[in-house]
Structure formats: structure tokens, C-alpha cells
Design a protein around this ligand. Structure first.
Ligand code: PEP
Ligand code: MG
Length: 761
């Protein structure tokens, strides 16, 4: 039997050969839906590989563990994956994969980018769904890279999450195989989404949204798309709205990476779809809805004039909207928990209890991640989660900050989520109101998911010009494009700790293992993504500020000291000035970026409390030959100590300050920001905080030093208004809050001007 088959040659009867995903793609092609072409490496090829390589027995032996024992599960994963990654793949199988890819390239007339997706199948239950259990690799190119991605898909069959799932669901590992689907990626010149039925009422109207370039801009909502409504029955276009499309995402022909560029002037106001294309799309929407039997949410793209259907999944909003209307705006479900509504949005999903970064694989796309408190090494799981619920934390805790940035609904500080909620139970999370309900509950939530809100930020057709700059906070480099799409005036805070902690090893591990250069490169790589996206707008990068408890879970973190009050402990600049080896590596990364021409990168020092700290840091920067004339260096004002002695810092030549109100509030009011028991006392608008801010801004304005805010409070309109009145130079908000803050700033500035004019007469 062939190891590879074309997708067009398979269909719903080939589940055991190519798994559910492969069969469904084949089926789509057979019913006339233009999905991107490609081939499947069959499930039998995988089986053939492990048998002939002599690793099958070893794999299954390794998998025979108690999956509820985290350490055992982790070990099983490591052993099985290693066997797959290191065994020799029989030549005929390797050759079949590589030459089929080359054939695909020949058909396209170029080396194509492909996605390599996993499509698992069970021998005795071929239609069992293992969706989301295994991995997908996007943007693969070249026979070797594609072959390696196939091997990685095979290995992902033995990821901890997949092993756990199979045991939980009663599948025998020996009977589950994996087909790898290799599918052409579409380089869309225009793209978008469409709903086969009106998404809130369910009427038979196809709603199409489209914009220039690759689909991410419409999907993420970073651009305002054109909108067409087509009657599904008569195929008549009922309405057409042409938006001003400011930016587009394309694949850079030189680097082959995706980049956001300005839409050329000619195309900004031009209609994206022809009427013919809109009707053709509506036809496909109809076919898909009929095929699946329920309304579909579809992603499409047009490459070289040809329409492709990239994804189709059920619309979930129709039923909800209807049910919500019926039950008025209040939810009728049983309330299991309440906490702080830390990131808006509503999500229903299955509970996954997570005790450390190591069992993250349990969290599949859309699951609800429940944990005591999130740690930065949990971010990969947070990205997949439909919502996050924690026992601990206040509005400025790690879970809250990251969830808002990721656009993931979150309820923090529930005190007992990990004891009340059980693995696998279905719950509904209202991240706006801070409520967790039992089961699936229809909510007419006024709170938009933060991701959608981030979208509306990008949809601002014309951005008001404000004298006070409005910047954005970023923690994850892969959110750089979404952040840049808000058209913010720069990045007021780039947190690097998530980047570093995401490496899985502490900075000290790199230093001790002689891998300092690697660390510098990793750091520079992450920062560069954000600096590139914003160039020439300034990006203030904060040096490492991770409390010791956040390091402990990582490799190299075993000897982190146990501190009674990590928040008041060895973090920020105080740690970097005792572990100067590390600080020097950060400085070298900054130097590297500046040498590359990224002169928009500035350095911001966290947790400063005495001018001596700034002086010492500056001396090290000079020793490392950083040109302080050319690089902006500033401090975060997060301690009353720094605020009340700001003149000393000004005298010593700081270029800017930024209020870290998350910390300034906890240190001024003696309220632990991570402690839900005192969350009610935590208020950034406390008169003491405002007094400190006012004092610092006045001193800085007198001296011509720039002032900004990067704490969560900068995203609150009330605070933004006060800060404009106080005379701050810039405000840095979360991605989802930039548009609102910008509007608030514009209005507040106008009010001030009007007031001044009126007073003149
Ligand atoms: C702050 O303290 O306000 C701040 C922005 O820093 P972090 O939240 O990372 O401590
Ligand atoms: Mg802080």
C-alpha cells in the first residue's frame, strides 16, 4: 500500500487510512469546495515505520504508566517521543513523503509552503475524534523540513495530553495511528471570514467580511473589513459596505515571514471583492452549511484570483443569542464560584486542573484552565485555553495581565476553584462579571471577548490625533502585530519575563552551562519582533522583573530562595544589581539590537527605589559600551521611594519615567496585588497614588523628562482622564484598551483646551 495519497483521492470512507481530518478534507474536495490541495502520509505508513524500525514494542511499553502521576506521564512522553524522533525511517517511506512534496511543488511551479497537520485515527473506531490532541506545523517549506514536520506530528501522538486523553477515554494506544496531512498554505492577496447564516439571528443570509492580504488581519480584527450580505436563497447582494483598510498582513518576499504593512493608497478605499466573488463565496457557504447540517463560520482566501476555503466550523453564537433573549439578560445557570472579572468575555468548556507548567498538555484548544495561580511557564497553555480561572490573584496578577493581552476571558481570586471544580466538568466562565457557572449557560454578556475588543481597536477608521501619546503594553512577541495594528504611538512596556520564562530554563542555567550567547540571542530575537513591528516608534523594554517564586518551576530554578514576601523580595533591578552577570547579558542584547539599527529600543529599569540603583545600572551599561547618548534609559516609578526622590533621578539624567501602578499601588497602600482577601482595598485611584503621580509628573515636566504609565490603571478611562489633566506625556494601555483610551485622551484634551479658551475671554 502507498505511504502517501493525494487528498483529492480520499473521502469519508477512508477514515482508517487518513483519519478524520484527512477524510473530511478529501470529502470537501469531492463535493466541490476548493480547499487547498495536498496529500496525506497514511496512518499505515506511520505504523509501518514504527514496526519496521523496531520501536513499536518499546513505545507501548513506555506508555504503560499511571497517567494521573505527572512524573510518570512526563517520562512516558519523553521516551516515546525520543524513540520516534531518533529511529531511522525506512527509506521508501521517507522517499515517498519527500517526492510527493516535490510533486506538489511542481504542480504549483514553486517551492510551496505547507501546513503539516495531525489526523489521528483508531483502528476499531475510525470515526473517533482526537481533534486538538496532536500538533500542527505551519509554514513548512522544502522536502527536508516537511519530512521533519511529519516526524514531529507522529511524535505528537505521544504528547502527554494525547496519552492522557486516550487513557481517559478508554482507547488502547496500540490501536491509535496517525496520518500526517500535508496541505498547501495559501498566500492570499485578499481574504476574510464569512458566516453561512446571519450570526446572531440565524437568518439565511451569508455575511462576508474581507480585507487585503492574509487572513490574520480579519480574523484577529486588526483591520476594519469590507462587509457584504448575500441572500443565500436568491444569491442577490443585499448590502455592501466598503471600509477604509489601513493595514494588511503579507508574506515578506525577502524573509518569507509575515509582516504588517500599510495598504497602498489606491487600495485603501477600494472594494476587496467583486460581486462575482461574493456570490461564489456565498455558494460555498451554502454547500458547507448543507454538508454539515448547521450554520458555518468559514475562513476564505483568494490567491491569484482563485478562491480557497481554509477552514469551516460551526457558528456558536446563534443558539446563544436566541437562548439569551429567551432568558432575558441574566444567566439562569447554577453559580459555582465568584471572583474578580479580570478579562472580559464568556466561554464554555471542560475544566482542566493544572498544578504546574508540566501538565499543560492537558489543556486543549478551548478548555478552561483552572489553577491556583498562573505562572509564566503556563503561557503556552493559556494561549490554548478558552478561559482561565484561578484561586488566587487580584486585577494586576499575572493571570489577569496575560489573559487580557491574549484576549482570553478570566476570573481570578475565586479562592477555591481548584477544590470546587473537577477535571472534565463543563463550566461557563463570565470573565466580565467574575462568575463561573455549572454547565453550558447562555449569556447575553455585554462584555465582548477581549480579542474582539482588540479588534474594534483596530477598526478605528480614523485615529484621533492626541497630544498625549497613547502607547501599548506587550508581553508576548507573537502579539506584536495585534499590538501594532492598534496604531499605538509606541510600546510603553515590553515585559521580557514571559519571553525568558517561556524558554523553560532560568537565565542562570544559561550562564552556568556556558550558553550566555544563546541567551542573549533569544532575548534579542524576542525583542526584535516587537521593535520591528513598531519601528521607528519607541519600544521601552523592561529589564527582567520576575519574583523568585516564578523561577522555581523552571530548569535551573531548583535553588531559587524561598522568600516570605516574593513581591517585596529579590526581583527587578535589585536582583540584576546583585547578579550583574545576568544584567550584563541583557545589556548586550540591547547593544546587539541597537547595532542592528533598532534605535527605537529604550531600556526601562523596574522596582527602583534609590538613585544609587540607577547609577550602578548606568555604570554597567557604560562598561558594556552602550551609547547612552543614543539610547533612552528610564525607570519605572513603582515604589514611593522612587516617587518621592524623583529629583535625584532627574539630576542623574533619566530620559523618562513610567508609573508601574500595579506595584506602586501595592507598595503605597500595603495591599498585596496577588491576594484576593484584600483585593477590595486595592485602588489605583486612591488619593495617595494620585498625589505621588502628580508630584512626579510636575517635577519631570519642569525638567523635560518624559512621563508615562504602564500599569493596568493606564487602561482605565477614568485614570487616563486624570493623567491628561495632570499633564503626563504618554499613556500605555493594554491592546484591547488602546482605542478607548485614545478616545478618552482626545476628549479630555479638547475639554482642557475649551476650558482654557473660555477662561481667556
Ligand atoms: C506595574 O507594576 O504597574 C507594572 C507595569 O509592572 P508589573 O505588573 O509587571 O509588575
Ligand atoms: Mg511592576
Amino acid at each position: 500500500m502507498d505511504s502517501v495519497v493525494w487528498l483529492k483521492d480520499v473521502g469519508k470512507d477512508n477514515l482508517s487510512l487518513v483519519g478524520g481530518k484527512g477524510a473530511s478534507l478529501g470529502e470537501m474536495i469531492n463535493i466541490g469546495v476548493p480547499v487547498p490541495g495536498g496529500f496525506a502520509v497514511t496512518a499505515q505508513a506511520f505504523r509501518d515505520f514504527i514496526n519496521r524500525a523496531g520501536i513499536a514494542k518499546k513505545i507501548f511499553k513506555a506508555l504503560d504508566v499511571d497517567v494521573n502521576q505527572e512524573v510518570q506521564l512526563h517520562k512516558a512522553e519523553m521516551t516515546a517521543k525520543k524513540l520516534i524522533m531518533e529511529a531511522k525511517v525506512p527509506e521508501d517511506i521517507e522517499k515517498a513523503i519527500k517526492s510527493r512534496y516535490e510533486e506538489l511543488c511542481q504542480q504549483e511551479g514553486k517551492q510551496v509552503f505547507v501546513a503539516v497537520r495531525s489526523s489521528a485515527t483508531a483502528e476499531d473506531l475510525p470515526d473517533a475524534s482526537f481533534a486538538g490532541q496532536q500538533e500542527t506545523y505551519l509554514n513548512m517549506r522544502g522536502a527536508e523540513e516537511v519530512f521533519n514536520a511529519v516526524r514531529k506530528c507522529w511524535a505528537s501522538l505521544y504528547g502527554a495530553r494525547a496519552i492522557f486523553y486516550r487513557v481517559e477515554q478508554g482507547f488502547e494506544h496500540e490501536k491509535v495511528n496517525l496520518s500526517a496531512i500535508v496541505q498547501k498554505m495559501v498566500d492570499s492577496e485578499k481574504s476574510g471570514v464569512m458566516f453561512s447564516s446571519q450570526p446572531s439571528t440565524g437568518e439565511p443570509l451569508v455575511v462576508i467580511e474581507g480585507a487585503w492580504g492574509l487572513g490574520e488581519s480579519v480574523v484577529s480584527g486588526s483591520v476594519s473589513p469590507d462587509n457584504f450580505v448575500v441572500d443565500r436563497k436568491t444569491k442577490k447582494i443585499l448590502s455592501k459596505y466598503i471600509a477604509t483598510k489601513e493595514t494588511m498582513i503579507i508574506r515578506d518576499p525577502k524573509t518569507q515571514k509575515t509582516v504588517t504593512i500599510k495598504v497602498p493608497a489606491k487600495k485603501k478605499e477600494a472594494v476587496v471583492l467583486t460581486d462575482k466573488e461574493a456570490i461564489e463565496l456565498a455558494n460555498y457557504a451554502e454547500i458547507l452549511e448543507k454538508h454539515y447540517g448547521i450554520p458555518q463560520d468559514i475562513e476564505w482566501g483568494v490567491e491569484k484570483g482563485k478562491i480557497y476555503i481554509l477552514q469551516s466550523r460551526p457558528i456558536t453564537t446563534i443558539g446563544n443569542a436566541k437562548k439569551a433573549e429567551a432568558s432575558s439578560s441574566e444567566a439562569s445557570g447554577k453559580v459555582l464560584l465568584t471572583g474578580l472579572g479580570a478579562a472580559p468575555g464568556v466561554a464554555t468548556g471542560l475544566v482542566r486542573l493544572i498544578s504546574s507548567g508540566r501538565d499543560l498538555d492537558k489543556v486543549k484548544q478551548g478548555d478552561i484552565m483552572v489553577t491556583k495561580m498562573t505562572m509564566p511557564d503556563m503561557v503556552p497553555g493559556m494561549k490554548r485555553a478558552g478561559a482561565i480561572v484561578t484561586d488566587e490573584g487580584g486585577m494586576a496578577c499575572h493571570a489577569a495581565i496575560v489573559s487580557r493581552e491574549l484576549g482570553c476571558p478570566a476570573v481570578v481570586g475565586t479562592k477555591k476553584a481548584t477544590t470546587t471544580l473537577k477535571d472534565g466538568m463543563e463550566i461557563t466562565v463570565d470573565g466580565g462579571k467574575g462568575i463561573v457557572y455549572e454547565g453550558r449557560v447562555a449569556l447575553a454578556s455585554s462584555a465582548k471577548p477581549a480579542a474582539a475588543a482588540a479588534g474594534t481597536a483596530g477598526m478605528t477608521v480614523s485615529k484621533p490625533i492626541t497630544a498625549t501619546e497613547v502607547k501599548v503594553n506587550v508581553s508576548e512577541p507573537d502579539r506584536a502585530e495585534a499590538a501594532a495594528a492598534t496604531m499605538a504611538d509606541g510600546v510603553g512596556l515590553l515585559r521580557i519575563e514571559h519571553m525568558i520564562l517561556g524558554l523553560g530554563k532560568t537565565p542562570n542555567w544559561y550562564i552556568k552551562n556556558g550558553k550566555s550567547e544563546e541567551y542573549i540571542d533569544e532575548l534579542a530575537k524576542g525583542i526584535k519582533i516587537v521593535a520591528d513591528a513598531f519601528f521607528p516608534r519607541p519600544v521601552w523594554v523592561r529589564t527582567l522583573d520576575a519574583p523568585t517564586d516564578e523561577f522555581r518551576a523552571m530548569e535551573g530554578g531548583e535553588n531559587e530562595p524561598h522568600e516570605h514576601n516574593p513581591m517585596l523580595g529579590w526581583r527587578g533591578i535589585r536582583r540584576d544589581l546583585t547578579e550583574t552577570d545576568h544584567f550584563r547579558l541583557e545589556v548586550r542584547a540591547f547593544k546587539k539590537l541597537h547595532d542592528m539599527g533598532l534605535t527605537n529600543v529604550g531600556i526601562m529599569l523596574p522596582m527602583v527605589q534609590h538613585v544609587r540603583e540607577f547609577q550602578k545600572a548606568k555604570a554597567i551599561m557604560m562598561e558594556e559600551s552602550l551609547d547612552l547618548e543614543k539610547i533612552d534609559v528610564g525607570i519605572m516609578v513603582e515604589t514611593p521611594g522612587a516617587a518621592l526622590t524623583i529629583e535625584d533621578f532627574i539630576d542623574d539624567g533619566i530620559d523618562f519615567i513610567s508609573f508601574g501602578t500595579n506595584d506602586l499601588t501595592q507598595y503605597t497602600l500595603a495591599v498585596d496585588r496577588n491576594n484576593e482577601n484584600v483585593a477590595g482595598l486595592y485602588s489605583e485611584l486612591h488619593p495617595a497614588i494620585l498625589k505621588l503621580i502628580e508630584y512626579v509628573v510636575e517635577r519631570c515636566n519642569e525638567a523635560g523628562v518624559k512621563t508615562s504609565i504602564c500599569g493596568q490603571a493606564g487602561s482605565y478611562p477614568e485614570m487616563a482622564k486624570r493623567l491628561v489633566e495632570i499633564g503626563i506625556t504618554s499613556i500605555s494601555a493594554n491592546i484591547d484598551a488602546v482605542a478607548t483610551v485614545r478616545e478618552t485622551v482626545a476628549r479630555s484634551e479638547k475639554i482642557l483646551m475649551l476650558r482654557a479658551l473660555r477662561n481667556r475671554d
